[in-house]
Design a protein around this ligand. Structure first.
Ligand code: CP
Ligand code: NVA
Length: 307
């Protein structure tokens, strides 16, 4: 029997597979634009488990399945038996009898691994506290649509070394671009992720200042300063904001990137905090194309997972 095609993390898949998925995504996007009816997912059902809020992930996965003739069932932790202690393993066994794929958005990445270990259908990572691979697939797709191959380009991340940053590190290893992460001390990506990058020979560095990372970059990326997985009191949150203030992407910082640099943000944005309106709504910003490409990138992911 062929191995189940799980989409768990970018560093757990080969460059060839990730390129195949992006190729599928591009073809499905073009087919949709041409109005070609596709029933690729006819008779297929995706179950989505949400243990955290979502706008883009929920709607884009649902629309992706529906546009290609498939069905979706959405489960939230609070409204399911997961909230009353049924294990992920047992949930995986049961859902595999109903569905053709399972997507999960959760906190602990161990839950993703438990789901993978016990599901007999593909499992897709819709964000954990560790990573957000669907997002970065859409981001790479968006960069390449606007600027051509990302290989050899310079991507700058400014802010918290969070789950999305981790997936960018994995992407640097797989897609062959330079990644400069400007993160304050204490909010840098974990050593394990940086060690993975080093072991892969990936060109990933951490800088002390946003200027160092952004100067001459082809793409500047920002994300929220307080991710969903971070819980803290008001005082701690204030201290964190103060620490991150020099990493806010404003017009002056953006001007240090290449003149034709792009700006991305996975959204939701906290305007005026990690990014100013000037940048979000400015000429470098491709945030709406990026959000749209969640739909197309995930069609590619689903098509690959469902074989
Ligand atoms: N970027 C992203 O994953 O958005 P949602 O949290 O709205 O799904
Ligand atoms: N880093 C953010 C991403 C949201 C899509 C979070 O985890 O909240």
């Amino acid at each position: 029997m062929a191995a189940i095609r799980h989409f768990l993390d970018l560093h757990r898949l080969t460059t060839e597979t990730l390129r195949d998925i992006l190729d599928l995504a591009g073809r499905l996007k073009a087919a949709h634009a041409e109005g070609k009816a596709a029933d690729l997912f006819a008779g297929k059902t995706l179950v989505m488990i949400f243990e955290k809020p979502s706008t883009r992930t929920r709607v884009s996965f649902q629309v992706a399945m529906q546009q290609l003739g498939g069905q979706v069932v959405v489960m939230s932790e609070g409204e399911s038996q997961l909230g009353r202690g049924e294990t992920i393993a047992d949930t995986a066994r049961v859902l595999s009898r109903y569905a053709d794929a399972i997507m999960i958005r959760t906190d602990d990445p161990q839950k993703l691994d438990d789901l993978e270990a016990h599901a007999t259908v593909p499992v897709i990572n819709g964000l954990t506290d560790f990573s957000h691979p669907c997002q970065v697939m859409a981001d790479v797709m968006t960069f390449e649509e606007h600027r051509g191959p990302i290989e050899g380009r310079v991507v700058a991340w400014s802010g918290d070394g969070n789950n999305v940053a981790n997936s960018w590190i994995h992407a640097a290893g797989r897609f062959g671009f330079t990644l400069r992460l400007a993160c304050p001390k204490g909010l840098r990506p974990e050593d394990a992720v940086m060690n993975w990058a080093e072991g892969e020979g990936a060109d990933v560095i951490i800088t002390d200042t946003a200027e160092e990372a952004i100067t001459g970059a082809d793409l500047v990326v920002a994300d929220t300063w307080v991710s969903m997985g971070v819980s803290m009191g008001d005082e701690e949150a204030d201290a964190r904001r103060k620490l991150l203030q020099p990493f806010r992407v404003d017009g002056d910082l953006m001007a240090k990137a290449k003149p034709d640099a792009l700006f991305m943000h996975c959204l939701p944005a906290h305007r005026g905090e990690e990014v100013t309106d000037e940048v979000m709504d400015g000429p470098h910003s491709v945030v709406w194309d990026e959000a749209e490409n969640r739909l197309h990138a995930q069609k590619g992911i689903l098509a690959w997972c469902l074989g």
